[in-house]
Design a protein around this ligand. Structure first.
Ligand SMILES: Cc1cc2nc3c(=O)[nH]c(=O)nc-3n(C[C@H](O)[C@H](O)[C@H](O)COP(=O)(O)OP(=O)(O)OC[C@H]3O[C@@H](n4cnc5c(N)ncnc54)[C@H](O)[C@@H]3O)c2cc1C
Length: 453
């Protein structure tokens, strides 16, 4: 069977890998618009600095990713202990994010009332509002202060999102399920910890795991998948539309050529898929177009270590929206991974834009660099000029799972099920992270093999 995968990001490439692993005889073609594959995973090396233009790493707690790395012979590079120290910029200074219940009660990040309000969570009755937003959930269960100072920056750090629009169920399913099962997050944590003591497994409300990458950066996984796939991967092949002709799909490429295939997978961003399927199914196209992608940019600044007084003793910091800053947060990359900056230098990586400030990520590069320098002066007291700068603009960055996301997924599934051998995957639907993409590709590969024995 011929199967065409459109999109050579981690979703498309890992899907092809898993399919070929199960059925080497499959005739697979991967069409990638860019001149190189990888999508949001790309590593830049310049002047001795190693900058991640998009994805910075993944948590080492998902078996499918670890299995894939082992099969590819890739050695994961776990972040060092500094990565456990995370900071929140609040009320004009950096506060260490508490890591344990004891440090939580001695931390000055939240007021005494704010801390008590979190404890009150145990008495807040369970509620099952339809598709509650993250902001409403957090205020209801944990109080306004915890929402603003803890939950809001977490939403920025993962989704660059606006918690007032993010669907709790779609973005943080486990947290939604814990309330439904145990009635309270604190009760859930106590029960889970009790069970963990018995079984020896680590459990918690969050994802857990250690931030992981590779010594030569995230793009290494793309290079190895590319080597494995060989001629099957076609770059500079932008698909403009797809249609049906009898039992086959016809895939039209921007150079005027077209190819036919019995089976088709779209592993591209939802807005691209929306354009592509307009002729095939207009309703599907409209639903895909509802998924919002705000702009995000990554501004890398490299400095001589001696120019910065701050100890850089951690992962970096995130900023709650209430602080009114123009950046989302800064990661101290060279403090957590080796090989990110030359000897005697450091690399700071700042995120701009996102659902609430998308326009800032679209400004010209110099403006963004000046804006970041200005904010770092206020927050980290860095006065010096950087020795190295690099800006990566993602005009459409991270897909937002906003209210109604589950309904949208239902409509997308219904539409795709009408067609035979037609599938949609990628980070716009059931998990935005690299780990989710790999796991979803594994599941889709199993499904495709099962449906097409
Ligand atoms: C700035 C930034 C930082 C991030 N950091 C992290 C992180 O640290 N950890 C993490 O887990 N996740 C992170 N993410 C999320 C990350 O995007 C996903 O985890 C993952 O890389 C998405 O992979 P994908 O293959 O689904 O999509 P993409 O990476 O978007 O790949 C889609 C591919 O389809 C191609 N394509 C598009 N249109 C066409 C067309 N018409 N024809 C042919 N090909 C086409 C594109 O060129 C691209 O290569 C980050 C995202 C951004 C934007």
């Amino acid at each position: 069977m011929r199967l065409v995968i459109i999109g050579g990001g981690i979703s498309g490439l890992s899907l092809a890998y898993f399919l070929l692993e199960r059925k080497p005889s499959l005739d697979i073609v991967i069409l990638e618009a860019g001149k190189k594959a990888g999508g949001k995973i790309w590593t830049d090396k310049a002047e001795g600095f190693l900058c991640e233009g998009g994805v910075n790493g993944f948590l080492d707690n998902r078996p499918k990713t670890l299995e894939l790395l082992a099969k590819l012979g890739l050695i994961p590079l776990r972040s060092n202990d500094n990565a456990r120290k995370r900071y929140i910029f609040s009320d004009g200074k950096l506060h260490r994010l508490p890591e344990s219940p004891v440090s939580f009660f001695s931390s000055d990040l939240l007021s005494f009332y704010g801390r008590l309000r979190i404890l009150w969570e145990i008495f807040v009755p369970k509620s099952t509002p339809d598709d509650e937003t993250l902001a409403d959930f957090a205020r209801r269960r944990l109080g306004k202060e915890a929402y603003e100072k803890l939950i809001d920056p977490m939403a920025s750090g993962i989704y660059a999102g606006d918690p007032e629009n993010m669907s709790l169920k779609s973005c943080f399913r486990r947290i939604y399920e814990l309330e439904q099962k145990y009635g309270s997050l604190i009760k859930a944590m106590m029960k889970l910890q009790k069970e963990a003591k018995k079984t020896g497994n680590k459990v918690g409300p969050g994802p857990g795991g250690v931030l992981t990458s590779f010594y030569d950066g995230m793009e290494l996984i793309i290079s190895l998948l590319k080597n494995f796939l060989g001629e099957r991967l076609k770059t500079n092949a932008r698909v403009v539309s797809v249609d049906k002709e009898g039992e086959d799909y016809v895939i039209y490429i921007s150079d005027g050529k077209s190819i036919k295939s019995e089976a088709l997978v779209l592993a591209i961003p939802a807005y691209e898929a929306s354009e592509m399927v307009k002729i095939l199914d207009n309703n599907l196209s409209a639903t895909l177009n509802e998924i919002f992608y705000p702009a995000v940019s990554v501004v890398c600044l490299g400095y001589k270590r001696s120019k910065i007084r701050h100890p850089l003793d951690g992962f970096g910091f995130l900023i709650p929206n209430r602080e009114g800053k123009k950046i989302l947060g800064t990661l101290w990359d060279s403090s957590v991974f080796p090989n990110r900056a030359p000897d005697g230098y450091v690399l700071l990586r700042t995120m701009l834009g996102g659902a609430r400030m998308s326009g800032l990520a679209l400004q010209d590069e110099d403006k963004q660099i000046n804006m970041v320098m200005n904010e770092l002066k206020g927050i980290m007291k860095i006065d010096a000029q950087p020795d190295f700068t690099k800006v990566y603009i993602h005009q459409k960055g991270i897909p937002q799972y906003s209210s109604g996301h589950e309904r949208r997924l239902g409509a997308i599934d219904k539409s795709t099920d009408k067609f035979k051998k037609f599938y949609i995957t990628g980070n716009a639907y059931r998990g935005i992270g690299v780990n989710d993409c790999i796991e979803n590709s594994f599941k889709l590969a199993e499904r495709i093999i099962e449906e097409n024995p």
